[in-house]
Design a protein around this ligand. Structure first.
Ligand SMILES: Nc1ccn([C@@H]2O[C@H](COP(=O)(O)OP(=O)(O)OP(=O)(O)O)[C@@H](O)[C@H]2O)c(=O)n1
Ligand SMILES: C[C@](O)(CO)[C@H](O)COP(=O)(O)O
Length: 231
């Protein structure tokens, strides 16, 4: 059944989904790879549409797959689909440009984090709604982190107590994200980095281990197990 988004919601979610998935191995673009028989993007959009604050979802799809993605998602939720770019940042910028008037909060969420629970969407949105300009979900670093030189020889051990593993959805006041993308230079690996460069405070909320980014084959196998275990 097609989910209905909230016409009184204040959140737009941008879904960068145009990546090739090179680290996942040969095959279709990553967002279209199957997990439990359905594309990763379907899993991601279904969970976004279940978050009550969401008014708009804009998906940045591989340029050659825009119509196929529109047809794929039509039974899932009423989403806007635009062509993504050569880098993740360009895909996000393309999706941002397609957000209609209304939403005052913009979340950016990787399609590759296909099992992200709606509660995390609501937690990030609530933190922005509560007055923060930019919010990122994070997990503590559980491994020892070392700096290594060009020859893989250890240069030193990093104090991991000050480090966090960053996830998505990342949330922003719409004007803050728009200004950061308008001023963007070289591509960065996340949107919070663009906002940091503008001198805007970025704060953290607890992330979710289910928001794991499906990057390598092991991650896909883990996601299959998590879905099977959830029943
Ligand atoms: N040009 C790009 C590159 C990435 N992404 C999206 O950004 C998210 C995070 O990127 P990543 O996990 O690196 O995906 P890929 O770039 O596809 O992976 P790889 O680097 O292994 O090719 C993914 O949902 C991916 O689809 C995108 O929309 N446009
Ligand atoms: C945005 C992100 O998921 C936060 O951890 C990450 O930076 C994406 O990196 P990728 O190399 O594009 O997967």
């Amino acid at each position: 059944m097609t989910a209905q988004l909230n016409p009184r919601g204040d959140v737009a979610v941008l879904v960068p989904a145009a990546g090739a998935g090179v680290r996942l191995g040969p095959g279709r673009p990553k967002a279209l790879r199957l997990l439990a028989g359905e594309p990763l993007l379907v899993h991601a959009v279904r969970r976004l549409a279940a978050a009550p604050s969401v008014h708009t979802i804009v998906v940045a799809a591989p340029a050659a797959e825009v119509q196929a993605v529109r047809e794929l998602l039509a039974p899932v939720a009423p989403v806007i689909v635009v062509p993504g770019g050569a880098e993740r940042q360009a895909s996000v910028a393309a999706a941002l440009a397609a957000v209609p008037a209304g939403p005052t909060i913009v979340l950016v969420h990787d399609a590759a984090r296909a099992l992200t629970p709606p509660d995390l969407v609501e937690s990030v949105a609530a933190a922005v709604r509560g007055g923060r300009d930019a919010v990122i979900p994070v997990l503590p670093v559980v491994d020892t982190i070392k700096e290594v030189g060009a020859d893989e020889v250890v240069l030193g051990t990093v104090d991991r107590s000050a480090l966090r593993a960053v996830q998505t959805p990342q949330g922003f006041r719409r004007a803050v994200l728009s200004a950061a993308h308008a001023a963007a230079g070289d591509s960065l690996t996340d949107d919070a980095g663009l906002v940091e460069k503008q001198g805007v405070a970025v704060s953290c909320v607890p992330g979710s281990e289910y928001a794991v980014k499906i990057t390598r084959p092991f991650d896909l196998a883990l996601a299959e197990h998590l879905l099977a275990a959830a029943g």
